[in-house]
Write a protein that binds this ligand. Structure first.
Ligand SMILES: Cc1cc2nc3c(=O)[nH]c(=O)nc-3n(C[C@H](O)[C@H](O)[C@H](O)COP(=O)(O)OP(=O)(O)OC[C@H]3O[C@@H](n4cnc5c(N)ncnc54)[C@H](O)[C@@H]3O)c2cc1C
Length: 407
């Protein structure tokens, strides 16, 4: 096969980079991964959701081990304050997903890349392509030549910047408060137990935003009740006291009192008390803030180069599709590599399939952000029938696994 023995350099060793490496190794390539970070990535620990059929395909295909830990959800509770501890249920939305601990997902994929092929502390500085090769230069002065370069270097991608110098991430004008802690730390489990009985995840809608909360496995793979982590986010306007530093997140330990003060005010004003306690459990120095950005490109490939994951088109987290998209990109790489007749054919097919998909999901993410954060309806007056109509309008004919019963 044409691809057998092809030398591939992968820039970025996170979810997309490791999944791409696994896919290309299976297709018969010689692969090397170059990750800028020098201290390992496994402690990031955010919760990420993927569709159950994708988890099953990754397990069946050997990308994830049979004992890979995950938590399942079947529906989403929309709870609104009404003076009672848990609030009033506005809507029970069918919503099936598999919730992962980022660290467990990354570790499973990283284990598919031989240690000798995974180079930490190697930041790509620049690259040049020609008819015969692509030459990558790294910050330590190393120069390496490959047949193909894969840009898996995330939302700030240097590879994307070279292919599309005009494509700058654009701030969506709101942020995501994020927290994550062991459920064993909770004194009052009432709301968590109620959610568990329905395999539900929790949304509290309010004027100008909404929250998400779901359980994920612990870092040690614990999925039993009492051994998981509570993972949450709240989409809200940017705190006035926050001066955003480009597209970077504000990591735990960096939030000033003035910035942090917005969160307890928001919880007191708009959340049922039991929900406010779950979100408010995270301490100021454990909180982070993620600014929400859009980044669109018209093509996922260049001469001897392709983009995967967040290095391509970024999607807003409402679609819960960042990791999904990266993993599907990798599966497509393996399939298309086996079908294509040569490298140009492979790149053209990958571009046609994956860039178009990413554009659709990115546009859906914008519509969801507009409807659920920027221009929120009068939630408290909506009936379940209103919610269903509203959700259909947002989808506008597109499909999203979170809103699909997947039967
Ligand atoms: C709070 C949160 C919740 C999320 N929830 C979901 C969800 O529910 N469902 C979902 O599907 N997705 C979710 N995502 C998104 C998901 O995590 C990412 O979209 C997905 O993992 C794609 O990752 P990636 O490998 O493309 O990029 P990244 O994980 O950003 O990795 C890029 C890697 O490239 C490295 N790198 C960067 N520049 C260079 C360079 N010049 N040289 C070498 N290496 C470099 C970086 O160090 C990094 O390790 C969420 C993300 C966050 C933050």
């Amino acid at each position: 096969m044409w691809i057998k023995g092809m030398k591939v350099g992968i820039v970025g060793g996170s979810i997309a980079g490791c999944a791409a490496a696994a896919a290309l190794l299976r297709a018969g390539c010689e692969v090397e991964v170059f990750e800028r970070s020098s201290h390992g990535l496994k402690d990031r620990g955010a919760g990420i959701a993927i569709p159950e059929p994708l988890r099953a395909a990754l397990t069946a295909g050997g990308y994830l081990p049979d004992d890979y830990p995950y938590c399942e959800t079947k529906c989403r509770w929309w709870q609104f304050p009404d003076g009672s501890p848990m609030g009033r249920r506005l809507w029970t939305q069918p919503s099936r997903a598999v919730a992962n601990n980022w660290g467990n997902l990354w570790t499973a994929l990283r284990n598919l890349v031989p240690d000798g092929s995974y180079h930490e502390g190697m930041a790509l500085d620049a690259f040049e392509t020609s008819d015969d090769a692509v030459v990558a230069r790294f910050a330590d002065g190393t120069e390496r030549s490959f047949d193909l370069l894969v840009g898996a270097d995330g939302y700030h991608s240097a590879v994307r910047k070279k292919l599309h110098p005009e494509a700058e991430p654009v701030f969506a004008d709101y942020i995501l408060w994020r927290g994550n802690y062991p459920e064993a730390a909770l004194d009052d489990r009432g709301l968590i137990d109620a959610l568990d009985r329905d395999a539900a995840w929790l949304t509290v809608p309010f004027p100008g935003g909404h929250s998400v909360l779901y359980m994920i496995p612990d870092f040690d793979g614990g999925t039993a009740v009492g051994h998981r982590r509570v993972n949450w986010g709240i989409y809200a306007p940017c705190p006035r006291a926050l001066a955003l530093n480009g597209v970077e997140s504000e990591p735990p330990g960096t939030l000033s009192d003035a910035v942090y003060g917005d969160l307890p005010r928001l919880l007191a004003a708009h959340f049922p008390p039991a929900a406010a306690a779950l979100f408010g459990h995270t301490k100021q120095d454990e909180l982070s803030i993620q600014p929400i950005y859009d980044s669109i490109v018209d093509s996922y490939v260049g001469q001897r180069v392709l983009l995967i994951g967040d290095a391509g088109i970024m999607t807003r987290p409402h679609t819960a599709s960042g990791a999904t998209k990266a993993l599907e990109d990798a599966l497509a790489i393996e399939t298309i590599a086996r079908q294509a007749s040569d490298l140009p054919d492979f790149l053209a097919r990958y571009d046609a399939e994956r860039c178009a998909k990413a554009k659709t999901i990115s546009e859906l993410g914008r519509r969801m952000g507009q409807a659920q954060v920027v221009d929120t309806p009068d939630w408290g007056k909506m009936t379940p029938a209103d919610f269903e109509t509203w959700a259909k309008i947002i989808l506008s004919g597109d499909k999203l696994y979170l809103y699909d019963e997947q039967d």
